[in-house]
Design a protein around this ligand. Structure first.
Ligand code: ATP
Ligand code: MG
Length: 437
């Protein structure tokens, strides 16, 4: 992508309304703009990151046997009256009336919607288990929308739902999503710690929040230091096998947020305890028959009995993750994207756009990398070099290539890793080979 043909409205000044670094950087890097409180316009650069996160979430859901569908944003109020949540949800729910005076709402979550579809389509235990998900915009009229996309009113969520004949099956589904989440966040370059959580308005009896460590997080957390060395990377996961041992490894040590904290246990941990703040990026629940019972979602069991189906739900804050990743990965110069979610893999800078030789060399590097399928952003503008370097650092592209008059004479370009700051002068052919596999 040539920057001259792109739409990247960066800001030089730090916007006054943004209180935390991710919000500031997203505005400055031209990723998004506010539409109204807690509602955002995603600009091309921000959308690329959002889509990358969405893709990783989708790939991991699919890999764990979860089937994608798409439910509407607008739901009928009746469904929520059936579950009893229409009144219980309170002013966070955006209630709407259509021209026929029918009551609708903009979904804050989708348990009722999917339970209603389920009860009309699944009748027998033979059709179970089922794991279904969608990635869809939600609306919650938060009392205090703030911190940009981290606590928006309109936000993108992946929500999955499991349906099983009994508790054992439901726990298996829970464990699947638990391990799926560990893998999903690791792929994004994040350390997300699963913590025992309150079940809140979703209700139920087993729940974990996945929390990314960040000083600006809204949750107060405390956890055993062993979490900092736990990693799934070397674990071969058999998705259909017994995942309990992996889950046990992650739940053996103490980790809790906010009200769930146990000061007694924390005192016993002594130096092994780390207290800090974190950002909730995912939340999983097992809630049994909380919705299936009142909504009549039953199936015929092997015994011939009609039983209410056992359910769980599993959320990931897709748009919140954009901010959370920045909170976890930035420096004084700007964003430092982990490779897996970066909007572009390479940022190519032509230092002297008014120099024919320099431009010819930069064009060649650009065309070769583009032809090889590398996601590359080419700053071909006639801007001052200082501006170009600063903007490339700001938007956090993981690798930078700089073509300048001196290098052109020597047949080299400068390579720089954004995260480490490591630099090298490389022959043009070597650069192309570095990224083309
Ligand atoms: P929180 O405690 O942060 O208000 P929640 O517990 O109400 O979140 P869930 O119902 O568990 O949220 O939703 C699943 C996921 O959706 C959360 O883990 C979070 O990542 C994301 N999420 C929830 N509310 C928002 C919001 N207002 N803006 C952005 N993402 C959100
Ligand atoms: Mg939650």
């Amino acid at each position: 992508m040539r920057l001259s043909a792109y739409y990247l409205p960066t800001l030089r000044e730090t916007p006054a309304e943004a209180q935390i670094v991710s919000h500031r950087l997203m505005l400055r890097a031209g990723m998004m703009r506010q539409s109204s409180a807690g509602i955002y316009v995603w600009l091309p650069l921000g959308l690329r990151v959002l889509r990358n996160i969405e893709r990783i979430v989708r790939e991991e859901q699919d890999a764990f046997g979860c089937r994608e569908m798409l439910m509407p944003t607008i739901q009928p109020a009746e469904l929520w009256r059936e579950s009893g949540r229409y009144d219980a949800y309170g002013p966070e729910m955006l209630r709407i009336r259509d021209r026929h005076d029918r009551e609708l709402l903009y979904g804050p979550t989708n348990e009722e919607q999917l339970t209603a579809v389920f009860r009309d389509t699944i009748k027998s235990y033979r059709q179970l288990p089922k794991l279904l998900y969608h990635i869809q915009w939600k609306f919650r009229d938060e009392v205090r929308p703030r911190f940009g996309v981290m606590r928006g009113r309109e936000f993108l969520m992946k929500d999955a739902y499991s349906f099983d004949i009994d508790r054992d099956g439901a726990i298996r589904a829970y464990n699947k999503m638990f391990v799926c989440y560990l893998r999903t966040f690791e792929r994004m370059g994040l350390r997300a710690i699963p913590m025992r959580a309150e079940t809140g308005p979703i209700g139920g009896d087993l729940s974990h929040e996945f929390v990314v460590l960040a000083d600006t997080g809204e949750s107060e957390i405390a956890y055993h230091r062993d979490f900092l060395s736990l990693s799934l990377k070397n674990t071969d996961i058999d998705v259909d096998g017994d995942l309990q041992p992996i889950v046990d490894r992650y739940t053996a040590n103490y980790a809790a947020t906010d009200e769930q904290r146990d000061r007694g246990r924390e005192a016993e941990l002594g130096d092994d305890l780390i207290a800090g703040r974190g950002i909730e990026v995912g939340h999983i629940f097992y809630f049994g028959t909380k919705y299936s019972k009142p909504m009549g979602a039953t199936v015929t069991a092997a015994t011939g009995e009609e039983v209410a189906v056992e359910m769980g739900s599993y959320g990931i804050g897709v748009s919140r993750l954009v901010g959370a990743i920045i909170e976890a990965s930035h420096d004084d110069a700007g964003i430092v994207w982990p490779d897996a979610v970066a909007p572009f893999q390479i940022g190519l800078i032509n230092v002297k756009a008014d120099d024919a030789e320099c431009t010819a060399a930069a064009d060649t590097v650009y065309e070769q990398l583009r032809a090889a399928g590398v996601d590359i952003l080419y700053d071909d503008r006639a801007e001052r070099p200082g501006v170009k370097f600063a903007e490339m650092d700001l938007i956090g592209v993981p690798y930078q290539l700089t073509v300048g008059p001196r290098g052109v004479k020597a047949g080299t370009v400068e390579w720089k890793a954004r995260r480490s700051g490591e630099r090298a002068e490389l022959p043009v052919s070597a650069v192309v080979n570095l990224f083309v596999r």
